[in-house]
Design a protein around this ligand. Structure first.
Ligand SMILES: Cc1cc2nc3c(=O)[nH]c(=O)nc-3n(C[C@H](O)[C@H](O)[C@H](O)COP(=O)(O)O)c2cc1C
Length: 259
């Protein structure tokens, strides 16, 4: 049986409308769940960077929230390097904020292609049961080869020694730049130092293999066949740990007596 042209167009239009409604309804109804899972994944990555859970370890919201009991979420004003207890971090998305001219400022020239810096950033202070600071977990982001990598760097309470690193979002090639997710590569980070004797950021991903931390405190093994991603990691650490990122806050924290 042959249908008229009009019938075909009307049929196609109805199918389009029905499918469109189905897709948008599921997108709207799943949005809350997606946001919840994204927030949980971020928290999980904070814990992985801090070494409080193993990479790949099965976890759930209860366990993650339990481990967060000793973790303070703190807003840092990146314009002056101070903690801002008045800033509400509930639902705060600093990646979105850095795209909003009212909530960000133009980044100073940098090698990491960072264009804007959010006026506020969320860091995590990890305390022991007595409330003594053990480490801080800092958000890092910067360009790799294919796009921006987003992650966390955990720094010991000495504010110089790396405890861990993790990336929760990137577009690097699996097996090449995507090896930033490799647990063996991430295991090279704990114990390395960030700041050189002059106070500048010295930690860097090199090309090839780095000696153990005691001999090469500022060097990290390169990612084989992915020098550009490795350089991206170096550049973003240079930015965020330096004077234009969290450097001023870290310096002020170093001068505070231990609680
Ligand atoms: C399909 C494809 C994907 C690549 N993905 C990456 C990547 O994710 N990260 C990276 O640094 N280099 C990647 N490269 C390689 C870069 O183009 C470049 O050759 C490399 O970074 C140089 O590193 P090397 O000096 O260690 O070989 C890719 C190359 C190809 C052809």
């Amino acid at each position: 049986m042959r249908h008229s042209v009009l019938y075909t167009f009307v049929f196609a239009a109805i199918i389009c409308v029905v499918c469109g409604v189905l897709v948008s309804t599921s997108a709207v109804s799943l949005k809350e769940k997606q946001d919840f899972n994204a927030a949980l994944d971020k928290k999980k990555n904070v814990l992985i960077a801090a070494g409080l859970i193993e990479d790949g370890e099965p976890t759930d919201a209860v366990k993650i929230d339990g481990l967060f009991a000793n973790i303070e979420s703190v807003a840092i004003n990146l314009e002056n390097g101070t903690e801002d207890p008045t800033f509400d971090l509930e639902g705060y998305d600093q990646v979105k904020a850095s795209q909003d001219p009212d909530r960000s400022f133009t980044a100073p020239a940098n090698r990491s292609a960072i264009k804007r810096v959010p006026t506020h950033a969320q860091i995590f202070k990890v305390n022991d049961d007595a409330g003594t600071l053990q480490q801080i977990v800092i958000p890092i982001e910067g360009l790799g080869l294919w796009g921006t990598l987003y992650g966390f760097l955990a720094v010991d309470a000495d504010l110089d020694t790396v405890r861990g690193i993790t990336y929760y979002l990137h577009k690097e090639t699996p097996g090449l730049g995507g090896e930033v997710d490799n647990t063996r590569w991430k295991a090279k980070w704990p114990g390395r130092k960030i700041y050189g004797p002059d106070g500048g950021v010295e930690i860097a991903v090199i090309k090839g293999e780095a000696a153990p931390a005691a001999e090469a405190p500022f060097k990290i093994d390169g990612l084989s066949g992915a020098t550009i991603t490795g350089q991206g990691v170096t550049k973003m650490l240079d930015f965020w740990m330096g004077d234009r990122g969290f450097g001023p806050y870290i310096k002020s924290l170093k001068q505070q007596p231990a609680v």
